[in-house]
Design a protein around this ligand. Structure first.
Ligand SMILES: *Cc1c(COP(=O)(O)O)cnc(C)c1O
Length: 420
């Protein structure tokens, strides 16, 4: 299979009938059509040469978790509607907090803090914002009368999507200390799972997270071996979530919920109904163990070090940001062309990236850092091995060389036309 889909926009509407069938069809026919029409339109994120965006996991055990979970209707909004959904989620969130080294105050067993699975990191940030606003409004009413601005949340990032940048959480911690109503949410959607390896905890600023964060989020569905959607969200004070989000009409009341002896996770997120996502966590955490996660993370980081070494040794490419964990941001910057301006180099790199993007056997993503156009190499598919990294280095060298040649030819032509 190619890594990226090669279809043109609108391809599918041309292939499918204009309306749903009146009479049901045989499933074999439907399954055949899936292979014929849908599969060619899918990009293979678990392909060993997928280095675009960020990884999105798709492990065998998590596929089973999805199938098992979807074999029963279990919208799990209250403990009482399917107790295992809530209880398993509470347990696996504690297991996950433990393997990442998060402070015990984030555990569900504290009955004060706790963890909840959200669909996405964006949802987690929104929930943190809603909770922070509600906490702030409750305490800061007098000041609201003033016309000034009232910051109530600070969202710091551990590992930005674009370049893997890490905010200085220790410095942010000082700000938060002097502004006690500022809620600190740490978005570690991609990089957070690296905390599973003790050797990366310092670089990922775990001590500051454990000291200062009101909430923390990481996506196990990115680099953490669990199928989308699996975004983990922990808070130090669950009360702030439930204060902001609890809506309890009579028909949602239950004996245990009223007595607050159980978690009703509907009050920990925006939606009411929720998918039984803890099952796939349970399957994968058990099947792989903490060591399995560590192995996956260190393996990807080693592969990235191999790629980064290739960039370092080349006189064709240079780093645009310091390689971090399993991400390298680089650009074509031949030593022979050190006199080019940023905008000329950007033009060259756009041409270089266009060549990469036109290939179906490898996938990388473009980005821009402070006006510098560059290319991201993000490693995280489980099946990627050293050979795939070496192939990627060969591909970029080749496409870089052609892009450069074309660019030089163009310059010569421009020169010829300009010379009278
Ligand atoms: C990927 C990413 C997001 C978005 O994650 P979703 O789960 O798709 O909402 C947010 N923040 C960071 C740092 C990310 O890497």
């Amino acid at each position: 299979m190619p890594v990226t889909s090669q279809v043109e926009p609108g391809y599918l509407r041309k292939l499918l009938p204009a309306s749903a069938p009146t009479v049901g069809e045989d499933f074999q026919l439907i399954a055949d059509d899936y292979l014929k029409y849908i599969l060619p339109g899918l990009t293979h994120w678990q392909h060993p040469s997928f280095f675009a965006y960020y990884p999105v996991s798709c492990t065998f055990e998590s596929i089973l978790g999805e199938i098992y979970a979807s074999s029963m209707s279990s919208p799990g909004f209250n403990w009482s509607v399917s107790p295992a959904c809530t209880e398993l989620e509470a347990v696996i969130m504690d297991w996950s907090a433990q393997i990442l080294g998060l402070d015990k105050s984030f555990y569900n067993t504290t009955e004060v803090g706790g963890g909840v699975i959200q669909a996405t990191a964006c949802d987690a940030a929104l929930v943190a914002t809603v909770a922070a606003r509600s906490r702030y409004i409750q305490v800061a009413l007098k000041e609201d009368v003033d016309a000034g601005l009232h910051p109530f949340i600070l969202i710091a990032t551990l590992g930005t999507t674009s370049s893997g940048a890490v905010d200085r959480l220790d410095e942010i911690g000082d700000v938060v200390k002097s502004h006690p109503f500022l809620w600190l949410h740490v978005d570690a959607a991609w990089a957070g799972v690296a905390l599973v390896c003790p050797e990366y905890r310092e670089a990922c600023q775990l001590p500051a997270i454990n000291s200062y964060a009101d909430s923390f989020c990481t996506n196990f569905h990115k680099w953490g071996l669990i199928q989308f959607d699996a975004s983990c969200f922990w808070v130090r004070q669950r009360k702030h979530l439930t204060d902001a989000l609890d809506v309890t009409p009579e028909f949602l009341r239950s004996k245990c919920g009223d007595a607050s002896t159980v978690i009703d996770y509907r009050n920990w997120n925006i939606s009411l109904s929720r998918r039984f996502r803890s099952l796939k966590f349970w399957f994968v955490l058990r099947a792989r163990g903490m060591e399995g996660f560590q192995k996956h993370i260190t393996n990807c980081i080693k592969l990235n070090a191999r790629f980064a070494q290739g960039i370092r040794e080349s006189d064709q490419f240079s780093f645009v940001a310091k390689p971090f964990l399993a991400l390298t941001v680089f650009r074509l910057a031949p030593q022979s062309l050190s006199h080019l301006t940023t905008s000329e180099l950007n033009g060259l790199n756009r041409a270089f990236y266009a060549r990469l993007a036109a290939r179906s056997d490898i996938a990388m993503t473009q980005t821009e850092l402070n006006g510098v156009f560059c290319v991201r190499m993000s490693i995280g598919a489980e099946r990627t091995v050293e050979g795939d990294i070496d192939k990627a280095l060969v591909v970029i060298a080749e496409e870089g060389r052609v892009a450069l040649q074309e660019w030089e030819d163009m310059q010569t032509q421009v020169g010829l036309y300009c010379v009278p």
